[in-house]
Design a protein around this ligand. Sequence first.
Ligand code: COA
Length: 170
Amino acid sequence: MGIDRVTLRPLDEELLQALLAAAVADADPREVMPPVEGPSGWTALRRQAFLRFHRLRSLSDEPVETTYAIVVRETVVGAARLAPHKETDTVEAGVWIGRSLRGCGVGAAVLRHLLEAARADGAQRLVASTHIDNIPAQRLLTAAGGDLSQHDATTVIAWVPLQSPWGSPS
Ligand SMILES: CC(C)(COP(=O)(O)OP(=O)(O)OC[C@H]1O[C@@H](n2cnc3c(N)ncnc32)[C@H](O)[C@@H]1OP(=O)(O)O)[C@@H](O)C(=O)NCCC(=O)NCCS
């Protein structure tokens, strides 16, 4: 899918409600939020935890990351995030897309937007970690020039350089 058909909008309360609706309709909680005790699925407790998680991390007075709603044709279909990483000049990225839109190129367009945003912010590297079985994520990160290595039994980490040696975007 073309990058121009996929937009990233900084999360606000209205988009957060649309994001929860997209997650409930089209994703498993385990793919889109930290674990919450209790029965599986989108319980009331888990929906509240989803809202609390994003309000705390992105919409509070002291946000720890920037979260974007991924919008395709005016519909929120997932979320992307950029957060400062402990290593200097490095940002950490994360993405999830609703199941019905996976495999259509949305992830590739989202990653291009995230790389642009990270570059514009002056970062030198983007890092992302993913499950060892997550082939789509690894393909995206490799295509972006990422250096992938196995971190532990289940996790692969990708480091994507953001600046060319000549100082302009590669
Ligand atoms: C990972 C994720 C963001 C990828 O987004 P996507 O929109 O599905 O990816 P794309 O359609 O842009 O495809 C990316 C690449 O993976 C390949 N791919 C897509 N689905 C695939 C599948 N089921 N098996 C193998 N390869 C697949 C595509 O062919 C493409 O590779 P190519 O460019 O070499 O052809 C999406 O699947 C997702 O949200 N997964 C759940 C959450 C998650 O795992 N997040 C990642 C954490 S870093």
